[in-house]
Design a protein around this ligand. Structure first.
Ligand code: ZN
Length: 205
C-alpha cells in the first residue's frame, strides 16, 4: 500500500513500539495497517455411484493456473462461515449443490500468506455445469485424475489424502469433524445473541 485509507497521507514502513515486525504505519493519523493471511475455502465433492467414488473438478477459466484443474474453492467473504464460503464457491464455480460432511484438510501456505481449507462434501446428484470462472466441470474416477494438470499443490495433497483413505469412512470422518461442531455451536450462539438483542429492544421501546 502507498497511502493511508483513512487520511490519504503516504504511509511509512516501520516497526511499531512493542511490535516485532515492520508494518505500514500512517504518520498523519498513526494508524497501523496489519496484514494477515487470507483463507481460501473449498470442497472436495464426492459423487457415489455404487462402489465408484467420483470427484468433481473444475478447469480454471482465470489466472493463476488458467486451464488447470482444481477443486472448487475461493476466498472467504466477510460475514460468512468457512462452510458457507466453501459451499458458495462450489455453487459459483460448478453450479453444484453439495452437502458438507466435515473439514478435511487445512494447509497453511505461508509463502503466499494463505490458508487453504477443504471440506469433504457429498454431491447427491450428478448435476453441475461450468460457472463463470470455469472452462469445464467434470467427474473423475481415481484412475482418471489429471495429476499433471492439477492447479495447486494443496489440491493435489487433498485429493491424495482422500484416495488414500476413501475406503475407511472412520478415518475420513476422524479428520476434523469437531470443526463442524464448532461451526454449529457458533451459529447457536449467534442465534441466542440475536434473540437477546431483540428482547432487549422490546423492553426499551
Ligand atoms: Zn492516516
Amino acid at each position: 500500500m502507498k497511502f493511508c485509507s483513512h487520511c490519504a497521507t503516504p504511509v511509512e514502513v516501520k516497526t511499531p513500539e512493542g511490535d516485532n515486525r515492520p508494518r505500514f504505519v500512517c504518520p498523519g493519523c498513526d494508524t497501523i495497517f496489519y496484514q494477515n493471511p487470507r483463507i481460501v475455502a473449498g470442497t472436495l465433492p464426492v459423487y457415489r455411484n455404487g462402489d465408484l467414488h467420483q470427484i468433481l473438478l473444475c478447469k480454471r477459466a482465470i489466472e493463476p493456473r488458467k486451464g488447470y484443474w482444481t477443486l472448487p474453492a475461493g476466498f472467504m467473504e466477510n460475514g460468512e462461515s468457512t462452510v458457507q464460503a466453501a459451499e458458495r464457491e462450489t455453487l459459483e464455480e460448478a453450479n453444484a449443490r453439495v452437502i458438507s460432511q466435515s473439514a478435511f484438510t487445512m494447509i497453511s501456505v505461508p509463502h503466499i500468506n494463505q490458508v487453504h481449507l477443504f471440506y469433504l462434501a457429498d454431491l447427491p446428484e450428478p448435476e453441475f455445469s461450468s460457472g463463470s470462472e470455469s472452462l469445464e466441470v467434470a467427474l473423475f474416477d481415481e484412475k482418471d485424475i489429471p495429476w499433471k494438470e492439477i492447479a495447486f499443490p494443496t489440491v493435489a495433497r487433498t485429493l491424495k489424502h482422500y484416495f488414500a483413505n476413501q475406503h475407511d469412512p472412520q478415518e475420513l470422518q476422524r479428520c476434523a469433524s469437531s470443526v463442524i461442531e464448532l461451526d454449529q455451536a457458533l451459529k447457536k450462539l449467534e442465534e441466542e445473541e440475536k434473540q437477546r438483542y431483540k428482547s432487549a429492544n422490546r423492553q426499551t421501546s
